[in-house]
Design a protein around this ligand. Structure first.
Ligand SMILES: [Zn+2]
Length: 880
């Protein structure tokens, strides 16, 4: 076939030929006729195609919008691919054996031909409207939230009524007659983004995870071909809720439906851009086809009550229910990025049990878990449980902070129209890149670091930005975006383009993000490396850090814009604090040090106890001579806020053993009731502190450091908490018995006493108590939550989380509604008709999070759901 766009007639000819040559695989049927009497055709592809309607099916629709030619092209190329590969590609063969693909390459043939022959930017069909104008937007002509508009000249004119058009009726009749359809993909251009269906409220749907994972897994196939990452964008923010679209109609029938917006132009350079779009989407469509059966009656049921049992700083215990047949395995996936694929790279375990303990996690980080059941016999997979989100606790010496800029300290500066730059702060999105109207644009963000202690040791620093609507921004495939640290000495006015433009970066963070990978609906993240963390540490001393976000600075011929928009989370167009640029830090602090002298020194032999002498070795009978020391820990700060990070004993020896045999000296942490020989020798608990010194080392030098291992450091903390002294025993160990050999340690004459050195940081160890008396009420149709704050002096604030499926057990396990010191909040977007759970976690300044206090919210029938339509920055009618 010629490598150029096919006409509708060429498409029909190709489909007829394909059916004639592959009658067992392909069937063509006419499902309707347009105003201009063109046939609307649907291709059924399955092995064997005569049984196609009995198998679970994927519905593919293309070119609903006339100028969005990708739908028709991709369908032709996909069918061609199937014909040439199904015999020997096992994945394709199995997909077509178990599933059926229904393809309508072009649902709007009249509009498509009008776009090809008369006006390439045509979008609607070719109905002759009552006023003589032409066209109805077919993707506004479906009944879900159908919205009347009388202006027939609008590109989004919805028609006189839902299903007023032959094209929308044709697909409706087909879908209603084919209950085997479980998935629907509607191909549009442009934007390189998936728009999964939604239900017009801001509650999580049971199958919301399925939709996201379907898109993420398709995305992975796309990435394998071109390295491109599509956005995955669902619901808020700031999506316009589309009225009367096909996607929501299919979803309302129980079909998982997704709009795929492909490419960066409607009708791009065929050989370069369109072929990329087609090539990358062939394996993506194939993946979706393999999943049709997972959402059918044939598939196992999804696991239920997937939830968190326990979390600490390195592990998470998960559990779930499964009351159906138990002939299944469970696949568990883990990722640190939202909207990740569930594939081999993220498959963590396959288990038959109903719980799983995940280990080797990192302190204070977010983990996302997914689970599905797999039939042990036929390998059919279930839908996914709602995703579980877990934040691990902080390690015992870690602190964390999420920093946000104030509204005056986040904005963008553009090259032209510079007097407007001041207005770009606090109530607009960040425009970053270059276009003809604004010139070069930089994002500028200041973070206040005054709340980070000067002695912070930064272990992790992540800067995150949320890319907004890319359909509108029309990002093409060139350029890259990066974040630089600027020196405040170069910039005294952050709203001044000249200063920001001229400033030489001290450092550019991590890797630049290329245009293919900068996708809306998925956070862009820059992780500071060690050099950058050192610069950050310097900035902490000066109290703030200045970042410049930059994109390409020049446009190639023919391009007029290459700008990415990032949410700033402020103002009319921002989507709130959850989408604000942020700097997430995990840090420890420089430890303080305390040196302790022993309160007692003893040498214990079989027949006597010698005070104020410290010896260890063997007596004439070969019995052990023990040296014993006692230290009190009273001078440390309060035990509940002292984290011992390091401890070691400094010992100096006055002599060494004369033998050349391998004799080693160890220190033990000893629980001693009496200090007589028998109790010392026969004591049950012996804890080596984990470090020993050989006799040879005693001969070579005089000062030795016995370093406590982590277990003994913890034991020190327990002794501290219990107000107990710390007893240490030093003794010689040898493979054979020695006689009359001992070492004298300094301190016998009050000189060079042994020293116990303890390094510690002051940090609250245990969470404060939970809030109490959590209750809900409805106030003006809005859900209000109230509680009593804990009375602890260390109380800083609460996090309130909503989860539709189970009581949240982690502060990120659901939709975060509030963070702060108040004792109430509103759930602005909740639908009171939907049952759900709320949890409140109280935290201190570490933060340690308390156990949650949770409440079940029963559905209140008959209350209107609160709906909010977002106004997007510059509404593009092009969004599906
Ligand atoms: Zn479209």
């Amino acid at each position: 076939m010629k490598k150029q766009y096919a006409s509708y007639q060429q498409t029909l000819t190709f489909l007829e030929k394909s059916m004639a040559e592959n009658p067992h695989l392909i069937q063509l049927r006419r499902i309707g006729e347009t105003w201009e009497h063109r046939p609307i055709v649907l291709v059924t592809i399955s092995l064997d195609v005569e049984y196609a309607d009995h198998k679970p099916a994927l519905l593919y629709t293309g070119t609903v919008h006339a100028r969005e030619w990708i739908g028709n092209e991709l369908a032709i190329k996909f069918i061609d691919y199937v014909i040439n590969n199904y015999r020997f590609n096992p994945k394709l063969k199995q997909a077509l054996t178990r599933n059926t693909l229904y393809m309508v390459p072009c649902l709007n043939p009249d509009g498509f031909e009008y776009s090809r022959n008369h006006f390439s930017f045509w979008r609607k069909n070719r109905r002759k409207n009552h006023d003589g104008s032409y066209g109805v937007d077919l993707n506004r002509n479906f009944p879900v939230r159908f919205k009347h508009n009388s202006d027939t000249s609008l590109n989004t004119y919805a028609g006189p009524a839902a299903f007023s058009e032959p094209e929308s009726c044709a697909i409706r009749d087909f879908v209603l007659a084919h209950k085997n359809i479980t998935l629907a993909l509607d191909y549009h251009s442009q934007g390189n983004v998936f728009f999964p269906a939604h239900k017009f409220n801001h509650e999580t749907e049971l199958d919301g995870t399925d939709l996201n994972i379907l898109c993420a897994n398709m995305n992975r196939e796309i990435f394998k071909v071109t390295g491109r990452k599509y956005g995955i964008h669902r619901g808020k923010p700031p999506a316009n809720l589309i009225h009367g679209s096909g996607r929501e109609y299919y979803y309302s029938l129980g079909i998982l439906a997704v709009v795929v917006e492909v490419g960066s132009r409607n009708i791009p350079d065929y050989l370069i851009n369109m072929s990329q779009s087609v090539d990358e989407n062939i394996p993506a469509v194939l993946h979706a086809l393999t999943e049709a059966i997972s959402y059918s009656e044939l598939a196992p049921k999804r696991p239920e009550q997937f939830s968190i049992v326990d979390v600490d700083s390195t592990s998470t215990e998960l559990s779930w229910h499964y009351d159906h047949n138990l002939e299944v395995n469970f696949e568990i996936y883990r990722s640190q990025q939202l909207k990740s694929a569930c594939c081999d790279e993220t498959l963590l375990a396959i288990t038959r049990g109903l719980s799983f303990n995940d280990v080797q996690l990192k302190s204070g980080q977010n983990y996302y878990y997914n689970i599905r059941a797999v039939d042990r016999v036929n390998n059919l997979k279930s839908p996914f449980s709602p995703e579980l989100k877990v934040k691990t606790q902080l390690a015992r010496d870690d602190f964390s902070r999420a920093l946000f800029p104030t509204n005056q300290e986040v904005g963008y500066v553009s090259q032209y129209n510079t007097e407007k730059n001041r207005e770009h702060f606090g109530h607009n999105s960040l425009f970053v890149g270059v276009n003809k109207r604004r010139g070069i644009c930089y994002g500028v963000i200041v973070f206040d670091l005054n709340n980070i202690p000067d002695d912070a040791i930064i272990k992790l620093a992540n800067f995150s930005l949320y890319p907004m609507n890319r359909v509108n921004a029309k990002v093409e495939s060139f350029g890259e975006w990066s974040v630089s640290l600027l020196d405040f000495n170069d910039v005294n006015d952050i709203t001044c383009f000249e200063q920001i433009n001229k400033a030489l970066p001290m450092q550019t963070l991590g890797q630049a993000v290329t245009s293919e990978q900068l996708t809306q609906g998925i956070w862009s993240e820059w992780r500071f490396n060690i050099t950058e963390r050192l610069l950050l540490k310097k900035a902490i001393k000066s109290g703030q850090i200045l970042l410049r976000v930059e994109g390409p600075r020049a446009l190639p011929l023919g391009a007029d814009s290459q700008v990415m928009q990032f949410d700033i989370g402020y103002g009319k167009f921002g989507a709130g604090i959850h989408y604000r640029p942020n700097l997430h830090l995990i840090y420890s602090r420089t430890p303080q040090e305390i040196k302790l002298s022993p309160t007692a020194l003893n040498t214990i032999t079989i027949d006597k106890l010698v005070e104020n002498k410290l010896r260890s070795g063997f007596d004439k009978q070969g019995e052990i001579i023990y040296g014993q020391m006692a230290f009190t820990l009273e001078s440390l700060p309060a035990a509940d806020r002292t984290v011992i990070t390091n401890a070691y004993l400094i010992m100096r020896n006055m002599s060494a053993l004369s033998t050349q045999k391998d004799i080693r000296f160890t220190i033990e942490l000893a629980e001693l009731k009496d200090i007589d020989f028998k109790s010392v020798k026969e004591r049950e608990k012996k804890e080596f502190i984990g470090y020993e010194v050989s006799n040879q080392q005693l001969q070579e030098k005089k000062t030795h450091h016995f370093i406590f291992d982590s277990y003994c450091r913890q034991n020190l903390e327990i002794l501290h908490k219990e107000n107990q002294p710390c007893y240490l025993i030093i003794r010689a160990t040898a493979s054979s018995t020695e006689y009359d050999e001992f070492v004298s340690w300094c301190g016998e004459d009050d000189k060079h006493l042994p020293e116990l050195v303890i390094e510690y940081i002051e940090r609250r160890k245990n969470p404060i108590k939970a809030a109490t008396n959590l209750s809900t009420m409805l106030e003006n149709g809005m859900t209000k939550l109230m509680w009593d704050n804990p009375s602890d002096a260390d109380f800083v604030g609460n996090v309130v989380v909503r989860n539709r499926f189970h009581p949240p057990k982690s502060p990120i396990d659901g939709v975060k509604l509030y963070g702060g010191p108040d004792n109430f909040t509103y759930d602005n977007f909740a639908n009171a008709n939907v049952e759900k759970y709320y949890s409140v976690f109280s935290y201190d300044d570490v933060p340690n999070y308390s156990e949650p206090i949770s409440i079940y919210f029963a559905a209140k029938d008959g209350l209107p759901a609160i709906e909010q339509e977002y106004e997007s920055q510059a509404e593009s009618e092009d969004i599906d």
